[in-house]
Design a protein around this ligand. Structure first.
Ligand code: SIN
Length: 287
């Protein structure tokens, strides 16, 4: 195979990687990939040929699989979740079609997500990403002070609560909803990354419901402002998939959003997550 090559796909985040086979990767290339991951936050490794077993094995090597509630995995590989949109589905809406960071409603949200493209539409079905380190950096000193020490309540209620209609748009995915109010988790609004030590504006419009000890109505104006700022086009990048692309993104410092622009075409992906840490606030001394 050709030599490992890493090329940024935008000025804000994301890089394309070629010349590597992740199912047979040397320690040196693994280290280079890790460096690229922490530098670019999203890496898209082209030209892979993965099966559920090899995707699972890579996920284990990266830190072990995370817990995946609500979604249904493959029967032989329950931690490998197929994300499928068939060409004949009534709704054109994709899974993940709203800005979010994966599963921030968990006590230990996944550190990374791996998404492997099995089948892609001829055009469309891209995924957008935003850089939450840069979002934090754009804030004024006064806003940074205001947010420091502030916590947010995260919940799966909008997507997977008793009143969710997500499944109406995803005919070929089996979703299990909570019958009652989902458990809420409280996380810092400004999160310090456990590896890079950088601070990220760590809220998202899908799972961040309100600030701690405040009502939704009281929280909404500032949360809306921050959520809008976090996806300013200058902070984003766009990944175009091809069959054989494996993307890996860092849930500790990014948001992402699937596009729903390929109605009438098939898209099939395999998804795993890597187990994560309890999020800590900016300024925390980490072990
Ligand atoms: C996701 O949000 O996990 C899926 C994104 C995509 O399918 O592009």
């Amino acid at each position: 195979m050709a030599k490992l090559s890493i090329n940024p796909i935008s000025g804000s985040l994301g890089a394309e990687v070629t010349g590597i086979d992740v199912s047979d990767i040397s320690d040196t290339d693994f280290e280079l990939l890790e460096q690229a991951f922490h530098e670019y936050l999203v890496i898209a490794i082209r030209g892979q040929s993965l099966c559920p077993a090899s995707l699972y094995a890579l996920t284990e090597r990266l830190g072990g699989v995370g817990e995946t509630p609500y979604l249904t995995g493959l029967s032989d590989w329950p931690d490998v979740v197929p994300i499928i949109k068939e060409a004949n589905e009534k709704s054109g809406r994709s899974f993940g079609a709203g800005w979010h960071t994966d599963f921030t409603f968990q006590a230990r949200p996944p550190s990374r997500t791996l998404l492997y493209a099995v089948d892609t539409p001829p055009v469309g079905g891209d995924t957008l990403y935003s850089n939450l380190y840069k979002a934090y950096e754009t804030l004024s000193p006064g806003m940074k002070r205001k947010l420091s020490g502030l916590n947010c309540v995260h919940s799966a209620i909008r997507s997977y609560g008793p009143d969710s209609t997500l499944g109406d748009h995803l005919e070929n995915m089996e979703i299990h909803y909570d019958k009652q109010q989902p458990v809420e988790q409280i996380h810092p609004v400004v999160r310090q990354h456990p590896v890079t030590g950088q601070n990220a504006l760590w809220i998202n419009p899908t799972y961040s419901i309100r600030f701690e000890a405040m009502t939704e109505a009281e929280s909404k104006p500032l949360l809306d402002y921050l959520n809008q700022l976090a996806v300013n086009p200058s902070l984003t990048s766009r990944l175009s998939w091809q069959p054989g692309t494996l993307a890996m993104w860092d849930n500790r410092c990014t948001q992402h959003c699937a596009t729903s622009d390929y109605k009438g075409h098939r898209r099939e992906m395999l998804r795993t997550t890597v187990a994560g840490e309890i999020p800590v606030a900016a300024g925390t001394t980490q072990p």
